[in-house]
Design a protein around this ligand. Structure first.
Ligand code: NAD
Ligand code: UDP
Ligand code: UDP
Length: 322
């Protein structure tokens, strides 16, 4: 049995973002040296401020679309804006980040013989025709719509990962992440959980796009990070792709009502137009993750929201002080 606890030098791209900051903290707690790379497009120093005093933690301000020459043992490639308003802000840069970023990080992994993890996404399934989505499903993705920069960028990144594996024998791990929430989400990233909690805490209208019958399956961040670390620790012949997410599925309307209840908010529901290409339903089939990682998410929606709401309260307090 391999010893996964040996101290390693681990690069986390997008390390100042929502997921990246939790991952950096987890890897430091596991005793590793962590290099957090970020261009601070959507990530913030606040997310990693508590880690700055740790001598095993280092920050590199860098854009993954440019080459990077360092010496490391493992790479978690998370750099990419993840919320629709952020990835649609500069769609060309979004595709470049996924594609050129993947090429550079794979080139780096190839040179230093590092194991490399890719944060892929449930968006590779697009607006799925089968439900729940197993890894074998190829997806239904619009190649030239407003979400394509993200979806197709991530699909091309997967192609590159599997080709570097086949062609250059790289040790890869590809996780398809489903909707995840928790502290350190950007309060203005427009994602449904952050929007609804921020709106509820201010007793503002809760903006439901469409009729709220579309569904998502929400995973709490701690569960997801556990899956990342377990995936990285699997034997080299397991490369993925593997779905990581919580299969408990909720409609967006139910999510709104739950958040109103948990925050004791006076907010009312306000219905707005559904953005184009918005998937109608999404639920991970996590049979593979259960088998290979021995993993199932432990934290269910209400418990996870209760752990998340105080973070957004603090964000609001902070913004009132400015
Ligand atoms: P996030 O926006 O909070 O984090 C992304 C980080 O990448 C930010 O810190 C940002 O500044 C950085 N970044 C963006 N472009 C960069 C570039 N060119 N060079 C260097 N850094 C760059 O988003 P997140 O939710 O933490 O997502 C992290 C990863 O997980 C992304 O790759 C995303 O596609 C994937 N993912 C997330 C979810 C989710 O629900 N959170 C779901 C599926 C996939
Ligand atoms: N690269 C990098 N760091 C390295 C090695 C490579 O950033 O340590 C980048 C470099 O931009 C290169 C890309 O990764 O073009 C792909 O590397 P690869 O070795 O696959 O191909 P190359 O283009 O060097 O033939
Ligand atoms: N959504 C919503 N109101 C909001 C933000 C999002 O109804 O204020 C909907 C959105 O249309 C989508 C779902 O919530 O159907 C999840 O959106 P999010 O942007 O969080 O994630 P993604 O669409 O990428 O899964």
């Amino acid at each position: 049995m391999q010893n996964y606890n040996r101290k390693k030098r681990i690069l986390v791209t997008g390390g100042a973002g929502f997921l990246g900051s939790h991952l950096c903290e987890r890897l430091l707690n596991d005793g590793h040296e962590v290099l957090c790379l970020d261009n601070f497009f959507t990530g913030t120093r606040d997310n990693i401020i508590s880690l700055l005093g740790n001598p095993s933690f280092e920050i590199i301000r860098h854009d993954v679309t440019f080459p990077l020459y360092i010496e490391i043992d493992e790479i978690y490639n998370l750099a990419c804006p993840a919320s629709p308003i952020h990835y649609q802000h500069d769609p060309v840069q979004t595709t470049k980040t996924s594609v050129h970023g993947a090429i550079n990080m794979l080139g780096l992994a190839k040179r230093v013989k590092a194991k490399i993890f890719q944060a892929s996404t449930s968006e590779v399934y697009g607006n799925p025709e089968i439900h729940p989505q197993p890894e074998s499903y190829w997806g239904k993705v619009n190649p030239n719509g407003i979400r394509s920069c993200y979806d197709e960028g991530k699909r091309c990144a997967e192609t590159l990962f599997f080709d570097y594996h086949r062609q250059h024998n790289l040790r890869i791990k590809v996780a398809r992440i489903f909707n995840t929430y928790g502290p350190n989400m950007h309060p203005n990233d427009g994602r449904v959980v952050s929007n609804f909690i921020m709106q509820a805490l201010q007793n503002k209208a809760i903006t439901i796009y469409g009729d709220g019958s579309q569904s998502r399956s929400f995973c709490y961040v701690d569960d997801l990070i556990e899956a990342f670390v377990r995936l990285m620790g699997t034997a080299d012949d397991f490369i993925g792709p593997i779905n990581t997410g919580n299969p408990n599925e909720f409609t967006i309307k139910t999510l709104a009502e739950t958040i109103i209840k948990l925050t004791g908010s006076k907010s009312k529901l306000e219905y707005q137009p559904l953005p184009s290409d918005d998937p109608t339903q999404r639920q991970p089939d996590i049979t593979l993750a259960k088998e290979v990682l021995g993993w199932t998410p432990a934290i269910q929606l209400e418990e996870g929201l209760k752990a998340t709401i105080p973070y957004f309260e603090k964000q609001l307090e902070g913004s009132r002080k400015i």
